[in-house]
Write a new protein. Structure first.
Length: 578
């Protein structure tokens, strides 16, 4: 990456403008670019004002949306078709080069800062979650006027340990030395900033902060660099020191690590919440399907035979369909009636009514009236003799039909229940896998925090910014070609920076401009490639590299579009299996 950040830049002279009007060079170096329609480019309106009539005419013609067939028919040998193409390309690259030195490529995804409150007059000894330590001396801060800062200062600190961290931060990992471009192979990188009342503060002259950076790389080939965001390059500060095999078990980060507290956060994550919502939805789906099944009539009541020695009454059962279906129905006086006298059995009653009793479907309340007298008794429906036999036969037929319908209903309910259980099992498995993955990450974190193989890289800083323990390395060798990155529709991807990761190295190799004129990788390593177009991530999986065999010519790299929206760096690392 080669970006420049100029403040109060002087107005560009006419000579400089003429000097850079080299369209032929652009045409030679950027073949096979599938240019986007000019009307869709934000720079078009401003550019067209100053363009000549000939260029305007060309641009208008070029703005016609090409058909899909025309786009797909572009070959690797086809040159940029018009001056408008080269203008579009130059403007795109110019806008990319003008971006800030530190430019995170994905919106909303970055390594977060840990904020510490430091009383300037007291200084502080701070512990970071990875095991790193920061030693801040007393009176270490001054404002922009060089005046000593008193009171509480907000110190913001973060670390970067792998290529995903480097990528999302937008911090350049390219080092230029004597005209040779290198990529940093990092043993750990930090950024430290300080503020008071929202305004940045500086390090006081003669003061320095001692950093003990936790690292998994103990080699002595690394140098310490500081990023110069104005010159967009790294300044070498010399060697750091390595403290090997320190015991982090006594570190407060480990002592304060509570696994139960960490797992309690799982239920608050969007992924876990989404699975819980799905479980509720499949439960509702099951209930709706069961409710939609055909209704089953109530189970028919088995007729009771009249008991010897008990009194019965023969009544009309109009209004009670569950009783009227049985001919010859009698009502037997229940034992719970303490006020019944057998003399009442001989009375001719003026009126007799019956209604549902205390036990629905089993007993009834019979009311007898004679003149002004009224009596109520609990009675039970019974049959005698042939009426009982007929009622039983009718019951058995109804009960058989009832069982057929009921069995069919049970089969349908079981099918719905089995389907529900299968879906629920899948969701539970996803939850278990999610928790297991979290546990694995926690174990890795704990192992990293307690490993005796881990080292601390020691250095002091006397100004705030980005510092890197790095070893400049050359680009990987093995297979080389010209690489043309295309999307799933076989259309060239408009991107400025392309990143190659070799899993054997803790580095992120940056290539500029698509197509890449000179691309190379180590076929013996596990490689990944990614880039960003208009905020959308595209990547090439490790297994796709196996198809790239030859070492010459132009190769089309079909990149995988990632539509998933990431909210944390860990989500991105999990997606890329990093």
């Amino acid at each position: 990456m080669k970006r420049k950040v100029n403040i109060d830049r002087p107005e560009i002279s006419s000579e400089e403008i003429v000097q850079h009007k080299n369209f032929d060079s652009v045409l030679r170096n950027h073949a096979n670019i599938s240019a986007k329609p000019l009307l869709k480019k934000p720079w078009f309106l401003s550019s067209v004002i100053v363009a000549t009539l000939a260029v305007v005419t060309t641009a208008v013609l070029f703005n016609k949306q090409p058909s899909t067939n025309n786009q797909q028919s572009l070959t690797n040998k086809q040159e940029v078709s018009s001056a408008a193409d080269s203008i579009a390309l130059m403007e795109f690259y110019k806008s990319e080069q003008a971006k800030p030195c530190i430019n995170p490529p994905l919106n909303g995804v970055n390594v977060t800062y840990t904020t510490y409150k430091v009383v300037a007059e007291k200084g502080a000894n701070l512990d970071f979650k990875t095991g790193s330590k920061l030693r801040i001396p007393k009176n270490a801060f001054v404002d922009n006027n060089g005046k000593s800062v008193k009171g509480e200062v907000e110190l913001r600190y973060r670390e970067f340990h792998d290529p995903i961290d480097f990528f999302v931060s937008g911090i350049p990992m390219t080092y230029d030395s004597a005209g040779v471009k290198y990529q940093f192979e990092s043993a750990g990188m930090i950024e430290m900033l300080a503020y008071q009342d929202g305004k940045p503060v500086n390090m006081a002259p003669g003061k320095s902060i001692n950093v003990e950076l936790a690292s998994n790389y103990k080699g002595t080939e690394y140098n310490l660099y500081k990023l110069d965001t104005t010159k967009n390059n790294w300044a070498c500060l010399g060697k750091d020191k390595v403290q090997e095999k320190y015991n982090k078990d006594v570190n407060s980060s480990v002592e304060n690590f509570n696994e139960a507290d960490e797992f309690s956060k799982v239920e608050k994550t969007p992924e876990y919440k989404a699975l819980e919502i799905q479980k509720v939805e499949v439960q509702k789906e099951k209930e709706l399907k069961i409710a939609a099944l055909p209704k089953v009539a109530p189970e028919p009541k088995k007729p009771e035979q009249a008991h010897d020695g008990k009194f019965t009454f023969d009544l009309t059962a109009e209004g009670y369909p569950e009783l009227a279906v049985y001919k010859g129905l009698l009502f037997e006086i229940g034992d719970e009636n303490k006020n019944f006298d057998k003399s009442m059995y001989k009375i001719t009653w003026d009126e007799a009514t019956i209604k549902e009793g205390t036990k629905k479907g089993e007993n009834y309340l019979m009311t007898l009236r004679k003149a002004t007298k009224k009596y109520e008794f609990v009675v039970y429906p019974v049959y005698e003799g042939k009426n009982y036999e007929t009622a039983m036969k009718d019951f058995q037929e109804k009960f058989s039909k009832y069982n057929v319908v009921l069995d069919k209903r049970k089969v349908q309910e079981k099918r719905i229940e089995d389907e529900y259980q299968r879906k629920l099992l899948v969701l539970k498995k996803q939850q278990e896998d999610y928790i297991a993955e979290l546990k694995r990450k926690m174990d890795e974190q704990m192992n990293a925090m307690t490993s005796e193989e881990q080292v601390k890289r020691l250095f002091a800083i006397n100004s705030f910014g980005v510092y890197n323990c790095d070893n400049p390395s050359v680009y990987p060798r093995g297979v080389s070609c010209s690489a043309n990155l295309k999307n799933e529709k076989n259309v060239n991807i408009w991107c400025y920076e392309i990143y190659l990761v070799d899993k054997k190295k803790n580095a992120m190799y940056t290539f500029e401009k698509n197509p890449i004129n000179s691309f190379s990788f180590n076929p013996e390593s596990k490689n990944m490639l990614w880039t960003v177009e208009n905020g959308v991530l595209y990547w090439m999986k490790p297994e796709q590299f196996s198809d790239i065999k030859s070492s010459d010519g132009t190769k089309n790299f079909i990149m995988n579009r990632v539509d998933k929206k990431f909210t944390t760096v860990d989500e991105l690392k999990a997606f890329l299996s990093f």
